[in-house]
Design a protein around this ligand. Structure first.
Ligand SMILES: [Zn+2]
Length: 209
């Protein structure tokens, strides 16, 4: 199939996506960010040990990613959300073929406040099967700040246990900070018979060595 070249506006700076490219990049470029803005994200594309879990991370969670993620999630800029995995779609679908996507849940209150599901929106272009099976109780922000890492486990529940029968599950979160939510979800889904892989968009710097 002929590769289409995106010649539109960058989702961040609104200038031509062709800005900041060298000659080779100009020929093959297919992105929703211009060269300058894309280079502000630091790609990792490898696995890291997060409290004993193997977590595959696409980007370092730097100030730029933090700002764009906030703009996407809290200012409901769903279009900007496209930039995070636009250039990774084919790799994700190939690498995780046969896996069922499960998203780390946001609380019902937070979801109501936002009016959309950020992770579901982020991965909307990915053609893997997905399953809603986890739910998170409402936690007051003041409590969340004081909460012990291990405590978060009591706030996340598995309401559809049939996911544990799926042989391959891909657990996904947008940002991995302490890894506590991922660990809680992983423990709920993992059995001795299934394979549960984890990937995140952004990984906190403290896990990167
Ligand atoms: Zn730009």
């Amino acid at each position: 199939m002929h590769r289409s070249t995106n010649t539109g506006e960058c989702l961040v700076c609104f200038k031509s996506v062709l800005n900041g490219l060298n000659l080779f990049e100009l020929i093959v470029y297919d992105d929703v960010l211009c060269g300058y803005c894309r280079k502000q994200l630091v790609q990792l594309n490898q696995s890291y040990d997060v409290n004993g879990l193997s977590v595959y991370a696409f980007y370092r969670y730097n100030k730029v990613l933090e700002k764009w993620m906030y703009q996407f999630k809290e200012n409901k800029d769903e279009t900007l959300g496209k930039c995070f995995i636009y250039n990774l779609k084919r790799w994700i679908e190939w690498e995780y073929r046969g896996y069922v996507l499960v998203f780390v849940p946001s609380s019902i209150e937070k979801t109501r406040e936002r009016g959309f599901l950020p992770l579901s929106s982020l991965f909307s272009s990915i053609t893997l099967d997905r399953r809603d099976c986890l739910v998170k109780d409402n936690i007051k922000q003041s409590k969340l700040n004081r909460m012990e890492r291990s405590e978060i486990q009591s706030y996340i529940h598995l309401y559809d246990e049939s996911i544990r029968l799926c042989p391959k599950v891909l657990l996904v979160d947008d940002v991995c900070t302490t890894g506590a939510s991922l660990k809680a979800c992983y423990d709920l889904i993992k059995t001795k018979d299934n394979l549960v892989k984890i990937c995140v968009i952004g990984l906190n710097e403290s896990w990167i060595r």
